[in-house]
Design a protein around this ligand. Structure first.
Ligand SMILES: Nc1nc2c(c(=O)[nH]1)N[C@H]1C(S)=C(S)[C@@H](COP(=O)(O)OP(=O)(O)OC[C@H]3O[C@@H](n4cnc5c(N)ncnc54)[C@H](O)[C@@H]3O)O[C@H]1N2
Ligand code: MOO
Length: 384
């Protein structure tokens, strides 16, 4: 058995093989850039107006309006001192423009324009290249691609970026007692839920879920299902069958498939019988079958490895205040499902590892060591 810190460390030490891939920016959100991005062009692309109003040439009280430029139009208009042009936001400013005045600050009579305020030189003109220059490094390798990055790349006309590929993740569910929702429950049976909750948790991350497979509790089928899945995934998540019962075959089946143990059992509650192992460049987690244990282990120990595949850093837990006195009975350091609001954590009722309701009502896992904790102490939280 390892400590929680040791388990985190052994995962952090892994160096998954990151695969570079070229994708359209619209498919890259949530990923990290594998290479620098150098701008192929200036942004703004040309000098243009930031306002609907009038392009002016020179400083004067009145101007003569000699034409109009709309956004997207191709105007060859050139202004001489004392001349103005009607202009709209985003339109290229005519040659000779010294400033743009917004229309609210003008009086117009026919072709005569007078100003109620004198604009500073260059006012309301967005200059070609003022944001980004052609040849400039726009993003470093490793940059996290958020929605704005997608927009920025498209505004530069970029249609292909190099990213680290989404890891392929497979799920294998063990348990003879499990029945799929929608089917009839027999004696001693329960509805299967870990496949769905793990898949849902994965859907919130940039990974490719290869599928959810099911296997009965026997060594041969478990071993052959693991063999098949290891043919197609980077990370395999197995649910259940990892404890010490007579029908728990996962550990033996992993050994049969040459999956080396990195650790087995963590001194924590819930999720003690967690197994983490690897085979060459592939990783396997055998998550304890209890629904809250399986999801807790996923958030704590699977997500950091996924971030390593993607080229990002693991999330550091935030610190929040404990909203009430609380005693951790027993000897195992414990993760509790909590509702965290405005920096204050309330530990929810019904925390057994078989219970998902508190997990569903909460928004974070808080960590407490055994003993008494007073209201207001700072504790770490992993939001989910
Ligand atoms: N003698 C011991 N027994 C147990 C120990 C122990 O140390 N010694 N550890 C307990 C702890 S802690 C956990 S956690 C569980 C983990 O056991 P397994 O990983 O082998 O999981 P299972 O036995 O297959 O299932 C446990 C529990 O969860 C339900 N389950 C399993 N899979 C699903 C699923 N996909 N959807 C919904 N519910 C599921 C299953 O019916 C069991 O009730 O072992 C303890 N025992
Ligand atoms: O490790 Mo188990 O999750 O406490 O029930």
């Amino acid at each position: 058995m390892v400590s929680i810190e040791e388990a985190f460390e052994r995962i952090a030490k892994q160096r998954p093989v990151r695969v570079k891939q070229h994708v359209h920016p619209s498919e890259a959100v949530g990923l990290h850039l594998a290479d620098v991005v150098v701008s192929p062009m200036d942004i703004p692309v040309f000098d243009n107006s930031a306002m609907d109003g009038y392009a002016l040439c020179g400083e004067s009280d009145t101007y003569r309006i000699i034409g109009e430029v709309a956004a997207g139009s191709q105007s060859e208009l050139t202004l001489a001192p004392g001349q103005a042009a009607r202009i709209f936001t985003g339109a290229r400013v005519p040659k000779g423009t010294t400033a743009v005045i917004m229309q609210e600050k003008t009086l117009v009579e026919g072709h005569a324009l007078s100003l109620t305020e004198i604009p500073a030189a260059g006012a309301n003109v967005r200059i070609k290249g003022e944001e980004i220059r052609q040849g400039q490094e726009v993003f470093q390798a490793g940059h996290y691609i958020n929605a704005a990055t997608v927009g920025m790349l498209l505004s530069l006309g970029i249609t292909s970026v190099s990213v680290f590929a989404r890891p392929r993740v497979g799920i294998l569910i063990t348990g003879n007692e499990l029945v799929t929702a929608g089917e009839q429950l027999g004696e001693g049976q329960i509805y299967e839920s870990n496949g769905g909750s793990l898949q849902a948790a994965l859907q919130q991350l940039p990974v490719e879920v290869t599928g959810v497979a099911r296997v009965t509790d026997d060594l041969e089928s478990t071993s052959s299902a693991i063999r098949d899945l290891l043919g197609e995934v980077d990370i395999l998540l197995i649910s259940g069958g990892i404890s010490v019962g007579d029908y728990d075959f996962v550990k033996e089946a992993l050994a049969q498939n040459e999956v080396e143990e990195v650790f087995y059992k963590v001194d924590q509650k819930p999720g003690k019988p967690l197994f983490f192992g690897k085979r060459k460049h592939q990783f396997v987690y055998a998550l304890p079958g209890n629904p809250a244990s399986s999801l807790t282990c996923f958030y704590l120990y699977v997500t950091p490895l996924i971030h390593q595949f993607l080229g990002g850093a693991a999330k550091v837990p935030e610190r929040v205040g404990l909203g009430h006195d609380f005693e951790v009975r027993g000897v195992r350091p414990t993760f509790y499902r909590a509702k965290v609001e405005e920096g204050v954590a309330t530990i929810l009722d019904k925390q057994s590892s078989s219970m998902l309701h508190s997990f569903a009502l909460g928004n974070g896992l808080v960590f407490l060591s055994p003993g008494i904790h007073n209201k207001g102490v700072e504790i770490p939280v992993w939001y989910y």
